[in-house]
Design a binder for this molecule. Sequence first.
Ligand code: BDR
Ligand code: CA
Length: 326
Amino acid sequence: MKFGLCRTVFALFIGCALRYRGGMKLIIDTDPGIDDAMAIAYSAAAAELDLIGLTTVFGNTHVHQSSRNARYLVHKLGLDVPVAQGAAQGWQGEQHAPSTHVHGPEGFGDVTDIPEIGQNHAQGAAEFLVEQARLHRGQLVVCAIGPLTNIADAIRLDPGFVQNLAKLVIMGGAVFCNGNVTEHAEANIYHDPLAADAVFEARAPTVLVGLDVTLQTLFAARDFDALADQAPDTGGFLREISRFYLNFYREVAGLEGCGLHDSTAVIACSHEHLFETQATGLRVIQQGDERGATRPDADRPPVRVCRGIDVGQVMSLFTDRVGSLP
Ligand code: BDR
Ligand code: CA
């Protein structure tokens, strides 16, 4: 009898342990996207991150392609998380033209035969974000690595959304450096400057991981080769989709390597100590040549803008962890 009880308690304990993966609850809002795929792979390998869902947005691709690619990554990485589809265009209502010259026609460079696996979550991205933030009040980190439309939609849906977050980490902006889509603007902010401005006004506990730091994390062809040796399946796939991206960096920016933009933001979720931040209010220029520029504004609520980065540590974290995957 006593032994039977022990066995039941043990079975319950093991069941809970298997279901519970400790760590920081994380939702990645994403437009995969080559460097998005790298960031999602990193999140799958990082034990301190408990990825509970992906929300998708237009940006590098049309939103239906972002969702298909996200579902493919979930399957490939052996994750068991929902993919909730979000915005197809920005708040200004402009028809969106995907960044095919950077990320290829389907978002994964020269790889175009990406299968449709599974289905999107029944809830849309904003509804999912709002619900999960309520459910995990004070514990949820949202990492936005695409245009900020879904985040702004969540704030519009529930003005208390940002107060429920432990942290909002944004890959976007070029506060003290030049942009990448224009001289003044970084791509994620440029694609929906109105939503970005609304997010910067919202008093969220924000960390901004912009080009100020992400362009220091250049990942070269030989780094992809090493990753593919260590992790033939995941690393091999990332190497394959990245050829197109590396060519873009070489031809357009004259750089032998691509920025680990989105992975750096995911790393900042749990390793903010590897960054030097400066509290700065921000506003976003909406029109004209400077559209999408992120400008310091002392009248706005402060966000923690990353200005310095421990490049070596960030890059080793990425390589070691993604390298540990199959
Ligand atoms: C950002 O824009 C996109 O092209 C990348 O995926 C990244 O999120 C870099 O400016
Ligand atoms: Ca992205």
